[in-house]
Design a protein around this ligand. Structure first.
Ligand code: HXC
Ligand code: NAP
Length: 278
C-alpha cells in the first residue's frame, strides 16, 4: 500500500512475503541511514516480519517522517536516533539510548553512506576523507559500539551494505570504491574474530537499485541505458535488497558468515562488448 509520494519513504506496494511472517518476531534491528532509500525498505521488510527497528542518521525531520510511515505501514515500533556515524561519541550515546529503550540489539545493518561522481584528479583531500569517514569509519564506529554494548555478550547478526564498484576500476569512484573495499575486508576479519561469540557478519553488494539516491546521483540521465547492460535487463528494487537482508538477518542463513552476497542482476560480471555479440 503506497501512502506517500516522497520516493524515499514509499512503502512497498502489495508486498508478497517469501518467508514466514514471524521470522524476526520480537527481534530488534538498528539500521543506519534507515530514513531513506534502501535502508528505509530494509527496515520495512524487517518490521513486516515482526521486528522492531531503530533508524539512525543525521536529520531528525527525515527520521521522524520515516518512522511514522514505517509504524503506520507495519504496526511495529520504530525508534529514531540522531547520530553522525563519523562521530564515535555520538554513536556511543546513540547506542546507549537504544539499549535503554529495548535492552538489546539483535541485528545491525550498516547502510549509511555518502557518494558522488568525481574523477580522482578533481577529488579534494577532504572529499576523499569524507566518504571514507562516512562509509568505512562509520561502519566500524557503529559496529564497535554495538559489539561493546549489545552483541559481545548475546551474539547477533551484522549486515554491511557494500557495492561492486571495487571489483573493477569503476571510473569516478575512487572514494566510494576504496571505502567499500575496506568494508568487505572488515567483514571477513570480524566474521573470523567474532564467530565464536555467536556473531555472524555478512555484506550485501547491491548493483543499481531503482528509486534510490544512489542511482539518482550516479546514473542520473543515463538511467535508461543502465538496464541494457544488466543481464537481468532491469535495475533491482529496494524490496529485493530488503529480502536479501531478511535472509541474512534470519536463521535461514545460520551457517553463513564472512560472505558478500552480490545482488546486482549479474551487472558487474557483464562485458557489454562481448555480450552484444550474443
Ligand atoms: C566533488 C564533492 C562533491 C561532488 C561534495 N564534495 N560533493 N566533491 N564532487 N559532487 C566535497 C566537498 O567539496 C568537500 O570537500 C567534501 O566533499 C565534503 O563535502 P561536504 O558537503 O562538506 O560534506 P558533508 O556535508 O559531510 O556531506 C557528505 C556528502 C553528501 C557525501 C558530500 O553528499 C551527503 O551527505 N551524502 C549522503 C547521501 C548520499 O550520498 N547518498 C548516496 C549514497 S549512494 P572540500 O575540499 O571542498 O572541503 C552510494 C552508491 C554506491 O553510496 C554505489 C552505487 C552503484
Ligand atoms: P541514501 O538514501 O542516500 O541513503 C544513505 C543514508 O545514509 C541517508 O539516509 C543518510 O541520511 C545517511 N547518512 C549519510 N551520511 C551519514 C552520516 N554521516 N551519519 C549518519 N547517517 C548518514 O542512498 P541509497 O541509494 O539508499 O544507499 C543506501 C546504501 O546502499 C549505501 O550504503 C550505498 O552505498 C549502498 N548502495 C546503493 C546502491 C544504489 O543503487 N542505490 C548501489 C550499491 C550500493 P542523512 O543524510 O539524513 O544523514
Amino acid at each position: 500500500m503506497a501512502t506517500d509520494t516522497d520516493p524515499d519513504t514509499q512503502l512497498i506496494e502489495n508486498y508478497q512475503p517469501f518467508f514466514r511472517e514471524d521470522l524476526l518476531k520480537d527481534k530488534v534491528a538498528l539500521i543506519t541511514g534507515g530514513a531513506t532509500g534502501i535502508g528505509f525498505t530494509i527496515a520495512e521488510v524487517f518490521m513486516r516480519h515482526g521486528c522492531d527497528t531503530i533508524i539512525a542518521s543525521r536529520k531528525i525531520e527525515k527520521l521522524q517522517k520515516a518512522a511514522k510511515a514505517l509504524e503506520a505501514g507495519t504496526g511495529r515500533k520504530c525508534l529514531t536516533v540522531v547520530m553522525d556515524v563519523r562521530k564515535p561519541q555520538e554513536v556511543i550515546q546513540g547506542v546507549e539510548k537504544m539499549m535503554s529503550e529495548f535492552g538489546k540489539i539483535d541485528i545491525l545493518v550498516n547502510n549509511a553512506a555518502g557518494n558522488f561522481l568525481c574523477p580522482a584528479s578533481s577529488l579534494s583531500f577532504n572529499a576523499f576523507k569524507t566518504v571514507i569517514e562516512i562509509d568505512t569509519m562509520g561502519t566500524f564506529n557503529v559496529t564497535k559500539a554495538v559489539y561493546d554494548k549489545a552483541m559481545q555478550e548475546k551474539g547477533g547478526v551484522i549486515i554491511n551494505i557494500s557495492a561492486t564498484l571495487h571489483y573493477k576500476g569503476t571510473a569516478l569512484q575512487t572514494h566510494a570504491a576504496s571505502a567499500k573495499a575496506a568494508i568487505d575486508a572488515m567483514t571477513k576479519v570480524m566474521a573470523v574474530e567474532w564467530g565464536p561469540q555467536g556473531i555472524r557478519i555478512n555484506c550485501i553488494a547491491p548493483g543499481p537499485i531503482d528509486n534510490t539516491e544512489g542511482v539518482r546521483r550516479l546514473a542520473g540521465p543515463l538511467k535508461d541505458k543502465v538496464n541494457g547492460v544488466i543481464p537481468l535487463r532491469r535495475m533491482g528494487s529496494r524490496e529485493e535488497i530488503g529480502n536479501c537482508a531478511l535472509y541474512l538477518a534470519s536463521g535461514a542463513s545460520s551457517y553463513v558468515t564472512g560472505s558478500v552476497i552480490v545482488t546486482d542482476g549479474g551487472h558487474w560480471l557483464n562485458d557489454p562488448r562481448a555480450s552484444s555479440k550474443l
